[in-house]
Write a protein that binds this ligand. Structure first.
Ligand SMILES: Cc1cc2nc3c(=O)[nH]c(=O)nc-3n(C[C@H](O)[C@H](O)[C@H](O)COP(=O)(O)OP(=O)(O)OC[C@H]3O[C@@H](n4cnc5c(N)ncnc54)[C@H](O)[C@@H]3O)c2cc1C
Length: 475
């Protein structure tokens, strides 16, 4: 996979390349006979062929000879959901989002079944598919991911109204918004990572976008105010009509059942549009198990070993909810890499090496139009900031680069960093967090963490000077 296919988004590129690397090792798949009793062959059924489900399958195969079946409703083969936007934007074909060749699954004796599971009978250990087929299991892994939130808005099910999650959503978008003649104006509801991706996608086809964001500043519930304010300006500079502190009231229909306009709750304004994107977050895709014995909260409740309350049933990925959050992490983590980690951990447990899910230090990355974002450790928003947390914020004069370093106000221990427009090295910050370095060390050694290509301008000196010049507390 050539990196030029991901010119702007190293986060996605890295996610994707990691998968490709696994593919390169396909021929090296072996069963580790020392750790698994291969004579007791079991049938492991996995519902969901996303990153969590397929990682579990691959690792179970590495560790054992168990029979493995993955049942999934969306596509025949696993694809990289994070790369969906690049298909619409013309950077890659859908086939390029599939990290494994189609023969991979047969070669590794992983049976794929395209079907929707609509019932789990945990007493008799079988699942029932929409095809009517009943599939027995010895162990069951629920890895059914998320679905876009809908909050009961009038008109939310009209034609031309959609989320951005699935392959089918991508196909729908191609139909509703192929160009700016057919789609003269789009409205996006919900200002998060998927909303900004959808806005960028539509802009590549020159479709004017209005972005309704409930918060008073973009992603202000997650980012400190300086960063969030910089993104507000960046979004507007891209000619996106950003409407802060605005909610959707209803979507109006034309005579054919197509969305034709939205009404804004706060102002009553009617905005004509041909497409409405609902990107107000996601929630676990678990409605098909509501009537089972499996304990549910917002997601499928699991312990640290990803076990549910029912023996031999596990849940992983976006649909799993920890009984107790791990550190500052959320009990449900709708993030690609944690799905993969959970898949690896559950495979070990199922193959007899009981392993706790330990995701380590929090990190994440994303892209806001032209600005890349990375976060390591914890930097809380103004709303959620801890009383011991102090922030040092630096922003470049061009208004597209900034960092916020978070540290303990008494001990000066480094707690986390957000960077915008400057690429950093994951392993450096991971080590500094583990070593509990202080903020002075981190600022003085920032150059060691820089990952920008050669000849890029570096800003460590400027940042260091600004840090020295700050007010002593809460600068
Ligand atoms: C547009 C977009 C961009 C994203 N970008 C990033 C990013 O840059 N970085 C990041 O960390 N995360 C990103 N995410 C989030 C990330 O993609 C998810 O966290 C991850 O894909 C979840 O993986 P999963 O295996 O838990 O579930 P999923 O990938 O959702 O897979 C679950 C599968 O199970 C199927 N299924 C559900 N119910 C049933 C059933 N009853 N029967 C059969 N099949 C069923 C679903 O159809 C689906 O195919 C993005 C998400 C989206 C939508």
């Amino acid at each position: 996979m050539k990196s030029k296919m991901f010119p702007y988004f190293p986060a996605v590129r890295n996610l994707f390349l990691n998968e490709s690397n696994i593919y390169c090792n396909v021929s090296n798949f072996t069963c580790d006979r020392s750790t698994t009793n291969l004579r007791i062959m079991k049938h492991i059924v996995i519902i969901g062929n996303g990153i969590a489900g397929v990682t579990a399958a691959r690792h179970i195969r590495k560790l054992s000879d168990h029979k493995i079946t993955i049942i999934s409703a969306e596509t025949d083969y696993f694809f990289s959901r994070t790369a969906l936007m690049y298909v619409y934007m013309g950077h890659m074909k859908f086939e390029h989002t599939q990290p494994y060749e189609n023969y991979f699954w047969k070669k590794n004796r992983i049976d794929l079944k395209k079907a929707y599971v609509n019932q789990i009978d945990s007493s008799n250990k079988y699942v029932v598919c929409d095809t009517g087929e009943r599939i027995d299991y010895d162990k069951l892994i629920i890895a059914t991911g998320s679905k876009p939130n809908k909050f009961g808005w009038p008109g939310q099910d009209l034609k031309g109204v959609q989320g951005l999650y699935s392959f089918q959503d991508l196909q729908q978008l191609e139909k509703t918004a192929p160009n700016n003649l057919q789609c003269k104006h789009a409205v996006i509801v919900g200002g998060g990572l998927i909303g900004i991706e959808l806005a960028e996608m539509l802009l590549t086809r020159k479709i004017p976008v209005t972005f309704l964001v409930r918060e008073s500043s973009f992603w202000g519930s997650v980012l400190p105010s300086g960063e969030s304010a910089m993104l507000n300006r960046h979004i507007k500079n891209h000619h996106i009509d950003l409407r802060l502190s605005m909610n959707l009231k209803e979507i109006l229909s034309d005579e054919n059942g197509n969305a034709r306009a939205v009404i804004i709750e706060e102002t009553g304004e009617e905005l004509a549009c041909d497409m409405v994107g609902l990107t107000a977050g996601v929630s676990p895709n678990i409605s098909f198990i509501k009537d089972s014995e499996i304990e549910l909260g917002r997601g499928v409740k699991v312990n640290r070993f990803l076990e549910t309350n029912i023996p031999d049933i596990y849940a992983i990925g976006d649909c799993a909810e920890q009984h107790e959050p791990i550190g500052n992490r959320r009990p449900i983590e709708a993030v690609w890499y944690t799905g993969r980690m959970m898949g690896e951990a559950v495979a070990q447990t199922i193959c007899g090496n009981k392993l706790e899910y330990k995701p380590g230090h929090w990190f994440n990355s994303a892209k806001f139009l032209d600005i890349e974002y990375q976060t390591y450790g914890w930097v809380f928003s103004n709303r959620d900031k801890k009383d011991y947390e102090t922030h040092f914020h630096w922003k470049h004069a061009d208004d597209t680069k900034c960092i916020t370093v978070s540290y303990h106000k008494d001990t000066r221990v480094f707690l986390g960093i957000n960077t915008f427009g400057i690429r950093m090295r994951h392993e450096v910050f991971d080590n500094w967090l583990t070593e509990k370095r202080d903020v002075d060390f981190v600022i003085s050694n920032l150059a060691l963490a820089n990952f920008d290509p050669e000849f890029y301008r570096h800003f460590e000196k400027e940042i260091h000077i600004a840090f020295q010049a700050r007010k002593p507390i809460n600068a």
